[in-house]
Design a binder for this molecule. Structure first.
Ligand code: ADP
Length: 163
């Protein structure tokens, strides 16, 4: 049986930190599904279609890209993971600040479905303080973002903030 992992998030937009985690997950599983959350309540900068498209383009050259799927989801993550017959959910752990929320999420998800493990992966040091929010803030102030995001995301951000 294929060992499939779900990597869920807003990906608003995808950054080099997300790519780093996705690549690590691809090295561990037979298939990794990046699940882009609709997240209407978070008022994302990019539409769901834009986030999926940016993610598609950005992940094309990842090591193991053939084993990567990209899809959207809404509703309960554990229901989605079960439907996809996943054995694990992958989350990125950056600084200590991620820990409490991620622990709460992982333990709650385990209550909902004890058969699906949450695993945490840590990015390389350069990306430990990187988040989509920080990148959006820098882009909105016209700062340099090329070391934080892939080229297609850089141009999409430039376009958004030009309007
Ligand atoms: P969410 O709204 O679910 O937090 P994000 O897109 O912000 O969605 O993040 C999705 C996942 O990717 C989370 O597990 C988050 O910790 C992880 N992540 C985001 N940025 C990084 C990064 N720079 N390094 C490692 N993991 C990251």
């Amino acid at each position: 049986m294929k060992r499939r992992a779900i990597y869920p998030g807003s990906f608003d937009p995808i950054t080099n930190g997300h790519l780093d985690i996705a690549e690590r997950a691809l090295a561990l599983f037979d298939e990794v599904v990046i699940a882009v959350a609709r997240n209407a309540e978070k008022r994302p900068l990019f539409t769901i279609e834009e986030r999926v498209e940016l993610t598609h383009t950005a992940t094309r050259k990842l090591k193991g890209a053939k084993k990567l799927k990209i899809t959207t989801f809404d509703g309960l993550l554990m229901d989605f993971a079960k439907k996809k017959k996943a054995c694990a959910v992958v989350r990125g752990l950056r600084a200590v600040s991620d820990f409490e929320y991620e622990l709460q999420l992982a333990l709650t998800n385990r209550k909902l479905n004890p058969g699906i493990e949450t695993i945490f992966l840590t990015p390389r040091e350069n990306y430990v303080y990187l988040s989509s929010n920080i990148v959006k803030e820098i882009a909105s102030l016209d700062g340099k973002i090329e070391c934080f995001v892939p080229a297609n995301v850089k141009s999409a951000l430039r376009k958004k903030y030009k309007k």
